[in-house]
Ligand binder design. Structure first.
Ligand code: ZN
Ligand code: ZN
Length: 169
């Protein structure tokens, strides 16, 4: 779990301290697909008590199994993203873009997940020059060659291809 014990720091205005976490996060759903992590997600953070709120800032890194939008094969995607979020105690008046919390434990998993999702490519590709699938026979052109010609497309397969593409958008 990505949780910070902020019991001490929240009582000390102006104070700050480092937090290094490593946690397993469950798979999550994105645009109809379930994406799983390759291992623990790591977070290197500094928590500062500023103006009676807690500013959590640092970096989050890890890996995800994504499906290539062209050849549809799963591949390993690694991320290293900046993280910054302001947390205010629930009882206090807070203005602007802050997340509220109560007690001594700050669970930052929702915001960490959000920053990972925002960093994902619009179209996942296993490699920039992935050749994708043959529109006629459906074979993976990265792994094999087929005898299909490019200019003759079987209309039934092109419908299938569109459907397959649609699920990966
Ligand atoms: Zn690919
Ligand atoms: Zn083919």
């Amino acid at each position: 779990m990505l949780q910070l014990d902020v019991g001490a720091i929240k009582k000390a205005p102006g104070d700050f301290g480092p937090f290094n976490l490593s946690a397993e996060l469950p798979p999550f759903e994105l645009r109809g697909e379930y994406l799983g992590f390759l291992g623990p997600v790591k977070a290197s953070l500094i928590v500062s008590n500023v103006d009676s709120a807690l500013v959590v800032e640092g970096e989050v890194s890890g890996g995800l199994k994504l499906n290539c939008g062209r050849c549809l094969e799963p591949y390993d995607y690694f991320f290293h993203v900046p993280f910054k979020e302001t947390y205010a105690q629930a009882a206090q008046d807070s203005e602007g873009e802050v997340v509220t919390f109560s007690g001594d434990i700050l669970d930052i998993a929702p915001e960490v997940l959000n920053s990972i999702i925002l960093s994902l490519p619009m179209k996942a590709l296993c490699s920039e020059d992935c050749r994708g699938l043959c529109p006629r026979c459906g074979c993976n052109l990265n792994e094999s060659r087929c005898d299909c010609s490019d200019d003759e497309t079987d209309p039934r397969l092109s419908v299938l291809k569109k459907l397959l593409k649609g699920t990966n958008q």
